[in-house]
Design a protein around this ligand. Structure first.
Ligand code: ATP
Ligand code: MG
Length: 419
C-alpha cells in the first residue's frame, strides 16, 4: 500500500502497517454558546468545563481532541453521557462546525471546505447510522435503503440494484416492499445500515446504533457487524456506552470525559492499564479473558526441534533439557507439530534409523494466532497436554502459551485486586 503523505502523529501508534491514517483530528474544540472563540483565549481555555460555563455561559462540548484513525480501523468512542462523543462524531462531518482545530480526511482539510464541497465530500465519503434509525415511514424498505442514492441522483435502475444488494448483505432480502413500521427495531436498524452502505462509503459513522435494541438482538447485531466488517473492511467510527460492545467490536478505543479524550489505545491496553479512576470505573467489569491475546502473553519456546535433525540428536536435546516432547519446525520456521521423546526413542530401536524426524513421528497440534483472545483458548487447553503454539498468519512459530500462563494472567495481580 502506498505510503501516505500525511505525517503520522508521533504519539499515535497505528496498530498495523497497512492502516494508513484516514482521519486526522488536530487540536479540535467545540464550544457551544455566544462568542465561543473567547473561551479559547488566554487563561480561560485551561479552566474546567464547569468554570468556563459559570464564567461565560458557554458549554465546552469538546476540548483539544487529537486522534488518528487508520484506514479499515474499527474505532470506538466511549464515555459517560455528555462527555462529547456525539459532538465529536458530528464535527467529523461538520454537521456541527468546530470552534477551532483541524480535521483531515484522506489528506483533505475538511475544516476548510465550503458548503458545496462539503456536501459532495460527505455524500461520497461517509455513511451514517444513528440510534434513532431515521427511516422514512412512508417509504418502503427498498426506497429507504436507496434514499441516499436518490439524493445523489444515481439513476433509478442502478440505485435499486445497489439497495437490493445491501439489503441482502444485512440479511433483509425479501423485506424490500414492507414499510419500516412493520419491522422490529433490529430490522429497522439493519435498514439504516443498508442505507448507509448502499453508497459504498469509505467511512461509517455510527452513533449508538444498537442502544435502542433488546440485549439479545443487540448481541446478534454486533456479531453481524463483526462479520460484515471482516468482508467490507470499512473505517468505522462507533459511539457506545457499553464496554462489552466496545471490546467486542473495537480495534482501538478513545475514552472521553468532559469533552476530552482521557485515554486512547487498544481494548487490551485500556483494560490492563487504565489511565485513571474514571477509566478504571469503566473497565472494572471487563473480563481480561475477553481482551488479553495469546500474542500478549506468549513466551518463546525454550526447546525446539527442526525437521532435518536426526532422531538421535532430537532425543539428546530433549533429554538434556528434561523434556518429554517439543515442537518441530521446518526450515522456514513453520510449525509441523510435536515430537515426543518416546516416539523418537522407538525410532532409534528400529533396524534402519531414519536420518530425519519422519512426519509419522510428528503429531499435529491445535494452534492459535497472536490475536486470539484467551477466552477462545479455554477449549483448546482443556484437552491438550502441550502448551499451545502461537503461529503467524503464514504458519510460522511465534511463541507458546502454557495453561499456567493463561491462569496467571487472568488472576488479578497482587495489590490491584479490587474484589
Ligand atoms: N447544541 C448544543 N448546544 C449546547 N450544548 C450542547 C449542544 N450539543 C451538545 N452540547 C453539550 O456538549 C456536551 C457534549 O454533548 P454530547 O451530546 O456530545 O455528549 P455525548 O457524549 O454524545 O452524550 P450521550 O451519551 O448522552 O449521547 C454536553 O455537555 C452537552 O450539553
Ligand atoms: Mg451522544
Amino acid at each position: 500500500m502506498a505510503e501516505s503523505k500525511i505525517q503520522k502523529e508521533p504519539s499515535q501508534d497505528l496498530t498495523a502497517g497497512e492502516n494508513r491514517p484516514q482521519v486526522l483530528i488536530k487540536d479540535l474544540w467545540k464550544v457551544f454558546g455566544r462568542d465561543p472563540k473567547r473561551v479559547l483565549k488566554g487563561d480561560l481555555s485551561t479552566k474546567s468545563k464547569e468554570e468556563i460555563q459559570k464564567k461565560t455561559g458557554c458549554i465546552v462540548g469538546m476540548r483539544n481532541i487529537n486522534l488518528t484513525i487508520g484506514q479499515g480501523q474499527f474505532y470506538i468512542l466511549m464515555g459517560l453521557s455528555g462527555s462529547g462523543k456525539s459532538t465529536l462524531i458530528r464535527n467529523i462531518i461538520r454537521l456541527v462546525n468546530p470552534t477551532a482545530g483541524t480535521i483531515i480526511i484522506n489528506g483533505q482539510n475538511v475544516t476548510k471546505m465550503s458548503g458545496e464541497q462539503l456536501l459532495q465530500f460527505r455524500r461520497k465519503t461517509f455513511g451514517m447510522v444513528f440510534q434513532h434509525y431515521g427511516l422514512l415511514p412512508h417509504l418502503t424498505v427498498l426506497d429507504n435503503a436507496a434514499y441516499g442514492l436518490k439524493v445523489r441522483d444515481v439513476p433509478r435502475g442502478e440505485r435499486y440494484a445497489r439497495a437490493m444488494r445491501t439489503l441482502e448483505t444485512v440479511g433483509l432480502k425479501g423485506w424490500e416492499d414492507y414499510y419500516p413500521g412493520s419491522l422490529s427495531g433490529g430490522m429497522q436498524q439493519r435498514v439504516g445500515l443498508a442505507r448507509a452502505l448502499a453508497n459504498d462509503p469509505e467511512i461509517l459513522l455510527m452513533d449508538e446504533p444498537f442502544s435502542g435494541l433488546d440485549p439479545l438482538i443487540r448481541r446478534q447485531m454486533q456479531d453481524e457487524l463483526v462479520e460484515l466488517q471482516e468482508k467490507l473492511q470499512k473505517t468505522i467510527i462507533f459511539v457506545t456506552h457499553d464496554l462489552h460492545e466496545a471490546l467486542k467490536l473495537g480495534d482501538r478505543i478513545a475514552i472521553m470525559r468532559n469533552g476530552e479524550v482521557v485515554q486512547e489505545g487498544t481494548p487490551e491496553e485500556i483494560v490492563t492499564h487504565p489511565a485513571d479512576d474514571y477509566v478504571q470505573e469503566f473497565v472494572q467489569d471487563a473480563s481480561p479473558a475477553k481482551v488479553l491475546t495469546a500474542g500478549s502473553i506468549m513466551e518463546p519456546a525454550k526447546v525446539l526441534l527442526y525437521a532435518w535433525e536426526g532422531p538421535k540428536t532430537a532425543l539428546t536435546l530433549l533429554r538434556a533439557n528434561k523434556r518429554n516432547a517439543a515442537f518441530v519446525l521446518d526450515k522456514n520456521h513453520k510449525l509441523l507439530g510435536v515430537a515426543k521423546a518416546e516416539s523418537l526413542a522407538r525410532l532409534l530401536e528400529q533396524e534402519q534409523v531414519p536420518e530425519r524426524i519422519p512426519q509419522s513421528s510428528i503429531r499435529v497440534v491445535p494452534t492459535v494466532k497472536e490475536d486470539t483472545i484467551l477466552e477462545d483458548m479455554f477449549s483448546i487447553i482443556s484437552d491438550n497436554p502441550y502448551p499451545v503454539p502461537v503461529v503467524t498468519g503464514d504458519g510460522r512459530m511465534a511463541g507458546i502459551v502454557t495453561t499456567d500462563q493463561i491462569f496467571e494472567s487472568l488472576s488479578p495481580a497482587e495489590g490491584d485486586a479490587h474484589v
